[in-house]
Design a protein around this ligand. Structure first.
Ligand code: SF4
Ligand code: SF4
Length: 115
């Protein structure tokens, strides 16, 4: 198991788009196929950026920056109660944002007193 290490340097890279996961099989059934789904979503500025067939998920990205992102990419509500919980929690696993200052390292295993 890995634990997150480090602090947010407010690079703003995770604040420039909205990422949404949807149920894959239901969505593809509704739209007919992937090509149809992509066409429909593209008219609304939504991209299908990936899928996980095993977990039955599709991944969407919408390029809408957060309204709380400042001119220098800083979070205007950082260190305030107004910062959304998910922003405190991100990243919960290694992501593909190269600028992100967080790293992940193996968590120290729990030691039993009987050992
Ligand atoms: S609230 Fe702050 S950390 Fe969260 S997405 Fe907006 S700018 Fe980024
Ligand atoms: S990508 Fe990482 S360092 Fe950059 S704002 Fe998001 S959490 Fe902070």
């Amino acid at each position: 198991m890995l634990k997150r290490v480090g602090e947010c340097i407010q690079c703003g890279e995770c604040c420039k788009s909205v990422n949404i996961n949807v149920v894959r099989d239901i969505t593809l059934r509704q739209h007919g196929n992937m090509e149809e789904l992509k066409r429909y979503l593209s008219y609304r500025g939504i991209q299908v950026v990936g899928e996980d067939v095993e977990k039955n998920l599709l991944f969407y990205t919408i390029n809408i920056p957060c309204s709380q992102l400042g001119p220098d990419n800083e979070c205007l509500v950082h260190n305030s109660p107004e910062k959304p919980l998910i922003c405190h929690r991100y990243p919960w696993a290694k992501d593909d944002i190269a600028e992100c200052s967080y790293t992940f390292e193996p968590a120290t295993p729990f030691l039993s007193f009987n050992e």
